[in-house]
Write a protein of this length. Structure first.
Length: 367
């Protein structure tokens, strides 16, 4: 019996069979891993499609000018303005087309992006479940001494980019489920934004555009954006020119510019009202940062809004002022605000019968 077994199953047969079994196991393992990877990728793709926050009942404002070619024409006109740059109220006249940097310090016509990602710290109707698709653009034409993003706005910290990459960023943010494209400090890159938007719209971008600005704007430039921007999100920083002159690098005319800009923004997009899903798709949303010692003239700002805009205008009364960057060089703004200072502004807004207020927590403020 022993002799018979060795005859039909020799050592060579044993190694041959073992090798075949090993190869089959390896092949099975490879095929299983391939199937598993494909299944996961398919699942992730399905989840992205399922979670992509494009509302089928909403059409972004920029789609119509994209279809007619108007968006491309306006982008080219804005680009031409950079020959002797007058995109912001400084009107510094730098030949950005020739590579010069103006007051904002943007490197000619090059684009610098600090970061892009879902942001969950923005206003609630912008954040939703998927976050606001925020693109932080480097440099700034206002340059406040207390800027919380001073590394980006003053130092220009970021990565060199271009309009094609900017378009891809927008599409990526849409694909991962963000509810909007939130462009932070966009003024000096408005030409780049319109070019990128035209490219992205051609590739399927459908999210609303949020123009997240300091309020330091020219009416002439804002009119280029009419019918393109869905949501305007301006700051109204100061009531008094003395304060803007002192704390925003000589921006003496800021209050007048901000008022004009906000009225124009309201004319273009109207009052911001959440849709059935609780998200904002169109309208004006104003931010006001309460500062120490009433530097921003907060109560006057509330009174002006109540007098010049509908009572249900969306206003975010912000309490997060923190003395950052060069703020400690100025005693008046070298501390955080107190609970009493914040509540005083909120109460004034309510007294003016302003009804659409985002009131932030203030339990942690100084007493």
């Amino acid at each position: 019996m022993k002799h018979y077994f060795l005859k039909i199953f020799t050592r060579r047969d044993f190694f041959k069979k073992s090798g075949q079994l090993f190869l089959r196991l390896c092949l099975f393992s490879v095929l299983f891993d391939l199937f598993k990877t494909t299944a996961i990728a398919s699942k992730e793709k399905t989840m992205i499609k399922k979670f992509t926050a494009v509302n089928p009942e909403f059409e972004a404002a920029y789609l119509e000018p994209h279809r007619t070619g108007e968006l491309k024409k306006r982008a080219e006109k804005l680009w031409k303005i950079m020959d002797e740059c007058q995109l912001c109220p400084r009107k510094c006249g730098a030949s950005r087309s020739a590579g010069e940097s103006g007051f904002c310090r943007a490197p000619g016509t090059k684009l610098v992006v600090s970061s892009f990602q879902p942001h969950f710290g923005e206003e609630r109707p912008l954040v939703g479940r998927g976050g606001s698709g925020t693109i932080f653009l480097a440099h700034c034409s206002l340059r406040c001494v207390f800027c919380q993003n001073w590394e980006i706005s003053h130092l220009g910290r970021g990565t060199a980019s271009d309009v094609d990459k900017l378009a891809d960023m927008m599409l990526h943010l849409q694909n991962i489920g963000c509810h909007n494209i939130n462009l932070v400090t966009p003024t000096h890159y408005s030409a780049h934004i319109l070019k990128a938007l035209d490219i992205a719209a051609g590739k399927g971008l459908r999210l609303p555009i949020v123009y997240n600005t300091s309020g330091w704007e020219r009416l002439e430039i804002l009119r280029f954006l009419e019918g393109i921007v869905d949501i305007y999100l301006p700051d109204f920083k100061y009531w008094d020119s003395e304060m803007s002159l002192k704390y925003s690098t000589g921006a003496e005319g800021y209050p007048m510019r901000a008022k004009e800009a906000i009225l124009e923004m309201h004319r273009q997009v109207g009052v911001a009202k959440p849709a059935k899903d609780g998200l904002m798709y169109r309208g004006l949303m104003i931010r006001h940062l309460v500062m120490p010692d009433n530097v921003g003239g907060s109560e006057k700002v509330m009174e002006w809004i109540a007098k010049n805009l509908p009572k249900d205008t969306y206003i975010n009364i912000m309490s997060q002022y923190n003395p950052i960057y060069k703020a400690y060089d100025y005693p008046q703004i070298s501390r955080r605000i107190t609970t009493a200072e914040y509540k005083k502004v909120v109460n004034r807004a309510k007294e003016q019968k302003l009804t659409n207020l985002e009131i932030q927590g203030y339990w942690w403020l100084l007493r």
